[in-house]
Design a binder for this molecule. Structure first.
Ligand code: C5P
Length: 288
């Protein structure tokens, strides 16, 4: 048994997000393009000791059973009858409660780490089914890259390598509850819907202007009336030259897409003076 394993856990953004309707199980039927980005947590797993323990560089996340990384370890141990101790350390770089799947990516990393450390060799399908028990974004975080996601977010179609996206990510100084945003979603209040088919065609052609035109998130119809700051950030990013700006997931993080790394860097220089949690990021492929 290896003494310790370090795994990177990249954040996720949504390049498009459409809600098709509410399901009988209370979840919403989605059609969304998910993208891993270069902003990432670092998870260290050390087998041994008593029980499952979580430590983090951040005080913003729980160090107990409430942490999705802890739940991921318990799920794997129960499912595969592993009676062992595990120390989990989370170097937290992804903002919390931000719509960036920070908890889900940590959970996915723990699952991958346990699979490796205990030589389980689980199939991608099995990992995905287990991951979905922890959260709707976990199946995507297990595979990464860029994917069109349907269902709760777990029915994934991987997209081919596309253009490298240079972006600025801004997290305002408040958090939003995913459950609350979805609960208050009303189809009738949506003004602008992404055309995912047009996005996919633009993606294949690496046509950055055409894909920017489809970068829309219908959940903004819920979050912006509650938190007008989201609209303010979108506007500021556009003033800095963003080709598109949209909220990620259920927010409140906002992403601005730029034509080049240099343009993104210039925008980041401006935004970081106004918002402490501003990041210069790029899209992350499955091979990265
Ligand atoms: O799956 P997860 O625990 O991340 O979802 C958090 C909450 O977001 C759910 O309880 C649900 O209210 C909402 N949600 C939804 N439809 C989805 C994903 C999440 O309504 N497809």
């Amino acid at each position: 048994m290896q003494e310790r394993l370090v795994i990177e856990a990249p954040a996720k953004i949504n390049l498009t997000l459409n809600v098709l309707g509410k399901r009988n199980d209370g979840y919403h039927e989605l059609e969304t393009v998910m993208q891993q980005i270069s902003l990432k947590d670092r998870i260290t797993l050390c087998p041994g000791g008593e029980g499952i323990k979580v430590q983090s560089s951040s005080t913003a996340i729980p160090g107990d059973e409430a942490n999705l990384a802890w739940q991921a370890a318990r799920l794997m141990f129960e499912e595969f009858s592993i009676a062992a101790g595990l120390q989990i350390h989370i170097e937290k770089n992804i903002p919390v409660g931000a719509g960036l799947a920070g908890g889900s990516t940590d959970a996915a990393a723990v699952m991958k780490g346990i699979d490796r450390l205990w030589g389980l060799h689980l199939s991608p399908e099995r990992m995905s089914a287990l991951g979905l028990k922890l959260g709707s974004d976990v199946p995507f975080c297990l595979v990464g890259g860029t994917a069109l996601a349907r269902g709760r977010g777990e029915i994934l179609t991987a997209l081919p390598e596309g253009p490298r996206l240079e972006m600025v990510l801004v997290k305002p100084d408040f958090q939003l509850s995913t459950a609350e945003i979805y609960q208050n979603f009303r189809l009738g209040q949506v003004k602008s819907v992404p055309d995912n088919q047009a996005f996919l065609e633009a993606w294949r052609r690496c046509d950055i202007m055409a894909l920017a035109a489809q970068m829309k998130n219908v959940l903004e119809s819920v979050s912006i009336p509650r938190c007008p700051e989201v609209a303010v950030i979108k506007h500021k990013l556009e003033e800095c030259g963003a080709l598109a700006s949209l909220m990620s997931g259920s927010g409140p993080s906002v992403v601005g897409l730029f034509g080049s790394r240099e343009e993104a860097r210039q925008a980041w220089e401006i935004m970081k003076d106004q918002y402490e949690e501003s990041y210069l990021v790029s899209s992350y492929g499955r091979g990265d």
